[in-house]
Design a protein around this ligand. Structure first.
Ligand code: ZN
Ligand code: ZN
Length: 137
């Protein structure tokens, strides 16, 4: 039996698949449901509004978006940026163009057209200070 302390509440629990105790997993589900329902009822609201209304942290809300559990389309965006080119995206990690290129790259069809890579230095910041920017908005 794999006993662990829950990283969130410190309770001792039996580890199965998630590194959270059953109480926190349930809590997490409830929070996600709250966020989802709020976004559904208030299309076009900002992530900060959702955070203030539901009490769920901005980081968690952004994580829902990254995981694709929540669609950013209901929110005032953009909230996420493509990890390759920095374009604003609705969900996931890459814009449709880059995910397409990634798939092609994996298939070894690189001679079709070289993607124009940006240096990324300026755009990297978008990602780094994402939460920061949202708070200041
Ligand atoms: Zn817990
Ligand atoms: Zn992209």
């Amino acid at each position: 039996m794999d006993l662990r302390n829950c990283p969130r509440c410190g309770r001792l629990f039996t580890y199965i698949s998630k590194n959270l105790c059953p109480v926190c997993i349930e809590e997490d589900e409830k929070e996600f449901k709250k966020v989802k329902e709020y976004v559904w009822a208030h299309r076009g609201c900002s992530a900060v509004e959702v955070h203030e209304a539901t009490g769920v942290s901005l980081e968690k809300i952004l994580n829902y978006l990254r995981e694709g559990r929540l669609e950013a389309r209901g929110l005032k965006g953009p909230l996420l940026f493509c990890e390759s080119c920095g374009e604003p995206i609705d969900q996931g990690r890459f814009c449709p163009k880059c995910s397409d290129q990634l798939v092609r790259g994996l298939k070894g069809e690189e001679n079709s057209k070289k993607p124009s890579y940006s240096t990324g230095s300026g755009k990297e910041k978008n990602k780094m200070y994402l939460a920061d920017r949202i708070i200041r908005r």
